[in-house]
Structures are given as C-alpha cells and as structure tokens.
Design a protein around this ligand. Structure first.
Ligand code: FES
Length: 170
C-alpha cells in the first residue's frame, strides 16, 4: 500500500487550522520580532493550550527562521507548552511569599476539587494544574492564575466556586 488516507473531516480540520495559523502570522506581518506574540496567539487559539510541532514548523517557514530557533523559544519560556493541555491552565504561584501564605494547601485543594495531581490534566481535558512563579500579586496570596485572571486570598470555598464557574461556561 502506497498511501495513508485520513478522514475528510480530519483533513478539513487540518486545513482550517493551517489557514488560522497563517492568518495569525500574517496579522504580525511575518515579523521575526513578533515571534513570541505569534506563538502565544497560536497556543491560545489551539483549544488545548499548546503549540503543535507542525505549526512550529509553519512559523519557522513563514518567518524564514530555523525550526530549532522556534523550538528554543517554545522550550525556554515556561508560558509555552508543546504537548496538549487542558482548556484552562490553573497556575498556582509557588514563589516564597505565596508559599508563606500556604500555596501548598491551595495545590492540595485544587487537586481534591479536580481529582488530579499537580502537572496532570482532567480526563475531560478541561483543566491542567501547574505551578508558576510570582505573578505580581503577592499581597493577595496564595494566588492562582487562569489565563489572564489572577485569583487571590484563596480558600476551599473560593476554589470550589472558581472551578464551578469554569465548568459552567464550558
Ligand atoms: S509570590 Fe505569589 S504572586 Fe508573588
């Protein structure tokens, strides 16, 4: 057998995503100086919070950069992911001021609420639980960040409410 076939629906999804990625790159005028912004947009629009290998290659082609350069960026910055994540990434601050205000307890509470361990993704692919470093909201620690939203002064009740609010809109 010479060829591999993929279902039409899957092929159309790949074409659609390819056009989406090209549009993101075009939005930044294919500027190499905008590499971080381009990759962030591609990651945010992936639905799984990551930059897949094939799209890293498209970025490299379009910006006329070595693929290794794009990979270096993706692996250097903690904000990028190269494997699928949950739709919502819950990042719990682990820097010292938040540790003092019981960030470890917050991790345990999220783990209990979501039924996963730190570093894992829920089976419904909705949430990934990760650590992060200081997000600049030390005065309201312990802190968790989901997307651009920072949640502070976390308690068990507040954590349950936050998780429920994301489940309700999904
Ligand atoms: S140490 Fe957690 S927000 Fe600064």
């Amino acid at each position: 057998m010479c060829c591999t076939t993929i279902p039409k629906k899957q092929a159309l999804a790949i074409i659609k995503r390819y056009e989406q990625v090209k549009a993101i790159i075009a939005k930044y005028d294919k500027s190499r100086e905008q590499l971080l912004a381009i990759l962030l947009d591609i990651q945010a629009s992936s639905g799984k919070n990551y930059v897949a290998e094939e799209w890293a290659e498209v970025v490299a082609d379009e910006l006329e950069l070595p693929v290794s350069k794009v990979h270096d960026v993706l692996t250097f910055y903690a904000m990028f992911h190269i494997k699928p994540q949950g739709r919502y990434i819950i990042e719990i601050c682990k820097s010292t001021p938040c540790q003092v205000t019981k960030a470890d307890e917050v991790v345990a509470l999220f783990e209990k609420e979501l039924g996963i361990k730190l570093g894992e993704t829920t089976p419904d692919k909705l949430f990934t639980l990760l650590h992060t470093s200081c997000v600049g909201a030390c005065d309201i620690g312990p802190v968790a960040k989901i997307g651009e939203i920072v949640y502070g002064n976390l308690t068990a009740v507040k954590i349950a409410e936050i998780v429920l609010s994301y489940r309700e809109v999904s």
